[in-house]
Ligand binder design. Structure first.
Ligand code: ADP
Ligand code: MG
Length: 466
């Protein structure tokens, strides 16, 4: 910061020094060239009178000009001796001045010189002597000397210097204050943001930054807050998921524990009871296995967010094959499972994941439909989308539950689900898969009459890949 201040000051001082110098030189030069021009014309007018030595006329001219310009006029002979003096004091003296020698010995027409002289009235001042040759027929017959004070020019220049110095200091101070203010204005919120970010990095997810105004930095703060909010929600969701999952895993485990303990403490239990209890334990183990498999599948899909294994697949074939593989379940419940392929559809998709979604929907329809019911699967194209509709004549889903069934572990009828071996993760997984493919899943259902699930995904082809 200090170096910055010094640099600003140095730059401004240098600038004002140069400006003052240029300004002073300029006004002095102007004054000198103007006075020289005047002196030349006066010496021209004096020339005829000096030749005839008409001292009255010369005196008149000197007095006139002395009044006009205020300075002192001298006329010297070619040897530098004073012939006439508008102040009358130096008559007969030899003027030993470089500007007079310039005319006498250097063959110059005009010259000038600056002198610092002591005057009784005003002390030390700067004055200029101008000299001009008075010629007649190419011969120097005399030298005209004019001497005047240039103190007024010096005063003007130094006045200018003071003004410039003042302006320089004021501007420099303004610039320094402004930059201090601006840098604080900009760096303060960024520092604040950095502080909060490092707190969040340490796990304090509830931290937010204050945002005021409507500039880039406050918008950055708003985005930052949104990000931390999302982070906090995700963190809460993860904790909730862990506790839900633990609960779901504990249920079959508790059942198994009770069954096992009953057998341990009932010493006289007969073989039939043992068989029955062990069968129940076996069923609970299957259930535990199902939950763990679904959980593993779910984490895999969550991690694979950007890593869909895309390939061109036949969607209609996929649905057909799944329906065939599930036929035994339908037959066991005497459900009439019908598959209708309206359109043959090939598209870019992750075949393995899409298969999971299709299996879940058809499996649910068979699972939640009573014996001798009907399940109709239809594959069709609509615009640029591939659709699969799974329609059943099953138990149906109350309107209020139709959104919740896509949540993790949610089941409408827990007792029934236990009997049929559900985990409550199937629809959640299905929805995730569909969403990864840019598609949607919707449900229409009347409680007690049946449900229709429709899966819709946009048809992408190889060309769109990437
Ligand atoms: N076709 C359907 N008919 C009626 N209810 C359904 C149907 N599909 C799903 N459900 C309801 O939605 C719940 C969640 O389904 P899902 O996530 O597949 O879990 P699961 O099948 O393991 O119970 C089911 O428990 C059931 O209550
Ligand atoms: Mg299911």
């Amino acid at each position: 910061m200090l170096t910055y201040v010094v640099v600003v000051f140095a730059a401004f001082s240098l600038f004002s020094a140069i400006a003052t110098r240029i300004f002073t030189d300029y006004i002095i030069n102007q004054r000198v060239s103007e006075q020289q021009r005047n002196l030349n014309s006066i010496s021209v007018s004096l020339s005829p009178y000096l030749k005839e030595y008409d001292s009255d006329s010369m005196n008149r001219i000197l007095l006139e000009n002395s009044r006009l310009y205020g300075g002192r006029f001298l006329i010297l002979n070619p040897n530098g001796v004073v012939l006439m003096d508008s102040f009358s004091a130096l008559l007969g003296q030899r003027m030993q001045l470089p500007e007079v020698y310039d005319i006498m010995f250097e063959n110059m027409d005009a010259s000038y010189g600056f002198h610092r002289i002591n005057t009784e009235s005003t002390g030390w001042i700067w004055s200029v002597n101008y000299t001009s040759a008075i010629s007649s027929e190419y011969e120097t017959i005399g030298i005209l000397v004019y001497s005047e004070s240039i103190q007024d020019v010096i005063v003007r220049a130094s006045g200018m210097t003071t003004t410039l110095a003042l302006v320089t200091i004021i501007i420099a101070i303004i610039i320094i204050l402004l930059s201090l203010m601006l840098s604080g204005y900009i760096t303060k919120p960024i520092k604040k943001l950095q502080e909060v970010a490092s707190k969040i990095a340490k796990g304090e997810l509830h931290q937010r930054v204050e945002t005021t105004g409507n500039n880039e930095i406050s918008r950055l703060g708003e985005t930052f807050n949104l990000m931390s909010e999302r982070l906090e929600t995700m963190d809460a969701m993860k904790s909730e998921f862990v506790s839900n999952a633990s609960h779901e895993l504990k249920t079959p485990l508790s059942s198994m524990k009770i069954l096992a303990q009953s057998l341990i403490y009932d010493e006289k239990a007969d073989k039939k009871v043992y068989r029955e209890f062990l069968t129940d334990i076996d069923a609970e183990m299957d259930r535990l296995n199902d939950i763990i498999s679904d959980l593993l599948l779910l984490t895999k899909i969550e991690n694979d967010d950007r890593a869909l294994n895309l390939a061109m697949i036949s969607f209609s074939d996929l649905v057909n094959k799944v329906a065939i593989s599930l036929r035994p379940i339908a037959q066991a419940k005497k459900i009439r499972l019908k598959t209708e392929i309206v359109d043959e559809i090939t598209l870019l998709a992750d075949g393995l994941k899409l298969r999971i979604a299709v299996v879940n929907l058809i499996e649910n329809a068979l699972k939640y439909t009573d014996d001798k019911g009907k399940v109709d699967v239809r594959v069709y194209k609509k615009g640029e989308t591939a659709n699969m509709e799974v329609k059943d004549t099953g138990v149906g889903i109350p309107k209020s539950e139709q959104v919740k069934i896509f949540e993790r572990f949610y089941r409408v009828d827990k007792a029934r689900a236990r009997k049929t071996g559900g985990t409550g993760l199937g629809l959640h997984i299905t929805e995730r898969v569909v969403r990864l493919h840019g598609g949607t899943i919707s449900v229409k259902s009347a409680y007690g009459k049946g449900s229709t699930f429709t899966l819709t995904i946009p048809i992408r082809t190889q060309a769109d890949k990437g």
